[in-house]
Ligand binder design. Structure first.
Ligand code: 8DG
Length: 107
């Protein structure tokens, strides 16, 4: 049986703004904007993985809130699931895997 690994992406909200992150790695994805996150490791819940990834990559504490229904296929063997998350503390910095961050506002 093949296992599908889950990548969790965070729709991080703070004061009505949504966070977008531009990848700097790997080269095939560099320059593309995404919801930041990463792979769920063995023994972790998606919520724990999201909170860990955003601590590592952006230096912030977030609280995962609710899963957005559905999932999106990525490369072979991976799917993306998205959770809303609330910024608890810190200002996001592109520490790892990203070179630019933007807070999006309604047009
Ligand atoms: N976070 C995130 N990843 C995405 C999105 N779309 C998309 O194709 N991906 C891909 C990019 C990566 O290949 C993979 C996420 O893995 P990652 O490299 O950020 O995860 P990680 O920190 O656990 O990485 P690793 O060091 O274990 O390789 O999913 C998206 O919207 N958000």
């Amino acid at each position: 049986m093949t296992t599908v690994r889950v990548v969790v992406g965070g729709a991080v909200f703070d004061r009505g703004r949504l966070l977008a992150a531009r990848r700097s790695a790997p080269p095939s994805l560099a320059g593309r904007w995404e919801l930041p996150g990463g792979k769920v490791e063995d023994g972790e819940t998606p919520e724990q993985a999201l909170e860990r990834e955003l601590r590592e990559e952006l230096g912030v504490e977030v609280a995962a809130m609710e899963r957005i229904p559905g999932e999106w296929p990525l490369g072979p063997g991976f799917v993306l699931q998205v959770w809303t998350a609330r910024l608890v503390s810190g200002e996001p910095q592109p520490l790892q895997d990203h070179d630019e961050l933007r807070w999006l506002l309604p047009a």
